[in-house]
Design a protein around this ligand. Structure first.
Ligand code: ZN
Length: 137
């Protein structure tokens, strides 16, 4: 495991993303579902990316996902990441459909594999917002 956690900053929010970041602050993965075509989307937007409807609902997702692909980062000079190397940057496929870029934590980087079952875990920042990352399920 990494000697130190990545130092996550407070997310920058706007009217399209606030519900997502606030959900993470409560330990919930909040996604959008289009009321017109039913698609579930992430990243959060003001319109449905499929049919351009503005009728979007927010709902709490299961937090369950599988690793789609990943890479292990061994060098990153940015101060927030430098001491956390090696760490895992991954795309995970959420049970509800969307693919999310995230970190896999809570396990040795070399133990991560494609199709690995993972679940959402959150780092709470100030302003009661949060950052999602995933741990082995
Ligand atoms: Zn739609």
């Amino acid at each position: 495991m990494s000697p130190k956690e990545i130092e996550y900053r407070t997310p920058s929010t706007n009217w399209q993303t606030l519900a997502f970041w606030e959900g993470c602050g409560r330990g919930e993965l909040v996604l959008q579902r289009c009321q017109d075509c039913g698609i579930v989307q992430h990243r959060p937007r003001g319109l449905c990316a499929s049919c351009l409807s503005s009728s979007l609902d927010h709902f709490v997702a299961s937090g369950r996902a599988k690793v789609h692909t990943f890479t292990i980062t061994h060098q990153n000079g940015m101060p927030a990441f430098r001491d956390a190397c090696p760490y895992v940057l991954a795309y995970v496929d959420l049970e509800e459909g969307p693919r999310l870029m995230t970190h896999i934590v809570g396990c040795a980087p070399e133990s991560v594999f494609i199709d690995m079952a993972v679940r959402a875990d959150f780092v709470i920042t100030d302003k009661d917002l949060g950052i999602p990352r995933f741990v082995p399920a």
